[in-house]
Design a protein around this ligand. Structure first.
Ligand code: AMP
Length: 434
């Protein structure tokens, strides 16, 4: 028996109805903010992620599905390819490749699967789905403005609202820029690696990851989740003390809009994104019902990303929602339940030889009238037809044998009540709709 690979899963009905509800709502809300959909390839050259996500990240160093292409053509041979572990790098690549900047400010969104070789657990898969959006554009188009950050955050609040997600929390921070962050990084490095009067460094008392990060990327120490490390992290320098005037003003610009719109947030000074081209705004939305993997989405500004992959300067901001986790938070949402439970309104039962063709014509008419209709088979006897109607939870069964077609009127029986009426063909769709 062959099963789905570890970390992957089948999304089954009726839950797929909830996924459709989420995606339909996303398209509507994002459209109102003038975002357009983009679909980039599922695999890209490995180099894109090495440069666009960063060699030092867990994603690139440990979690990617990478292989060497075995193409016959000389140009394919030995090319290193990777299943996308995230979609921002692909979107920015497309932005650069198609010179989308020449068309002004670009607001793009995507919905699709991503792949990371993580340890599977509840809310964490190896194939998972992200819904993301990016605002990228030339500085002249205002892509650097705090108004863009605030707009993206407002769009997320609207989306969660529309989906009926209530208990979300927005955590917000500024991680500074390429001018002020190095000073903070240096202060962190000193605090972590300079020995105290007993010759002991702070880093040496922390977890293995922190010891390594203290040297390679001290900012990421702030990310550490190991309980024993927390008291030591609390003594480290504070990022907000190191932000330069530009970054302070930018952050104040974002929060001024959020305050004016009544969108609640908490400043979390330990929320960081560890790569050089991440700048200023960083954020995460969490949800209480999710347990350990409580982040529904993460995002931030990446003013240096386009240049990191060889493009022109193009400041941007974006986010990625974990769709698997978002759907988990909707388990009890009434709006989503309505979507999930769509049973056919009618089951059409052709009775007797030669009835499949006229029945096919009849159901086609009903479907064209916008009804969800299922169909039996001429070889079924009446008992088997009723069983078929019950199996798909149809509301009505429509009996159609030779006599009914001759009269062009059909017996419509409501399964729950047993109530039965004869309805002329021209009135059938109207009757079933009621
Ligand atoms: P990231 O791209 O790592 O910033 O993640 C953005 C969001 O994607 C997270 O907040 C999660 O909701 C979701 N996510 C990331 N990795 C996984 C995974 N392995 N399985 C399910 N969801 C994930």
């Amino acid at each position: 028996m062959i099963k789905a690979v570890r970390g992957t899963r089948d999304l089954l009905p009726p839950e797929t109805g909830v996924w459709n509800f989420v995606e339909a709502t996303v398209r509507e809300v994002f459209r109102a903010y003038n975002f357009h959909e983009i679909r980039t390839p599922i695999f890209e050259s490995t180099e894109l992620f090495a440069r666009g996500v960063g060699e030092e990240t867990d994603i690139v160093s440990k979690e990617m599905y990478t292989w060497e292409d075995r193409g016959r053509a000389e140009s394919d041979k030995g090319q290193s390819l990777t299943l996308r572990p995230e979609n921002t790098a692909g979107v920015v690549r497309a932005y650069v490749e198609h010179k989308l900047g020449d068309r002004g400010l670009q607001k793009l969104y995507y919905i699709g699967p991503q792949f990371r070789r993580e340890r599977p657990q509840k809310g964490r898969y190896r194939q998972f789905y992200q819904i993301g959006a990016e605002v990228i554009g030339p500085t002249a188009a205002g892509s650097e403005s705090p108004a863009r950050d605030a707009e993206v955050l407002t769009m997320l609040a609207d989306l969660l609202d529309r989906l009926g997600v209530r208990e979300w929390r927005l955590e917000l921070n500024s991680v500074g820029c390429k001018d002020c962050r190095p000073r903070f990084n240096e202060a962190l490095r000193r605090a972590l690696t300079e020995p105290d009067e007993n010759g002991v460094t702070l880093a040496s008392q922390m977890c293995g990851d922190c010891q390594r990060r203290a040297v390679t990327n001290p900012l990421r120490v702030l990310d550490c989740k190991v309980p024993e490390d927390q008291p030591m992290i609390a003594t480290l320098p504070r990022l907000s003390d190191y932000l330069d005037d530009g970054c302070r003003t930018h952050f104040a610009g974002v929060t001024a809009v959020l305050d004016a719109l009544g969108i609640a947030y908490t400043r979390n000074e330990r929320l960081v994104r560890g790569l050089d081209y991440y700048t200023r705004t960083a954020f995460e939305f969490t949800h209480g019902a999710l347990g350990a993997q409580n982040a529904i989405l993460g995002g931030g500004r990446y003013d240096g990303l386009s240049e990191a992959i060889g493009g022109p300067p193009a400041p941007g901001i974006g986010f990625a929602i974990g769709e698997d986790r978002l759907v988990m938070t909707l388990a009890e949402s009434a709006a989503a339940a309505g979507y999930a439970a769509v049973a056919p309104v009618a089951y059409v039962a052709p009775l007797g030889a030669g009835m499949n063709a006229p029945a096919a014509k009849l159901v086609r008419e009903l479907r064209a009238a916008g009804l969800v209709v299922d169909l039996g088979d001429e070889t079924f006897k009446i008992k088997k037809s009723f069983e078929g109607a019950e199996r798909v939870s149809a509301k009505y069964i429509v009996i159609c044998g030779e006599r009914e077609f001759a009269a062009d009127a059909f017996n419509v029986k409501e399964l729950a009540t047993g109530e039965q009426v004869t309805v002329p063909r021209t009135e059938l769709a109207g009757k079933l709709r009621r």
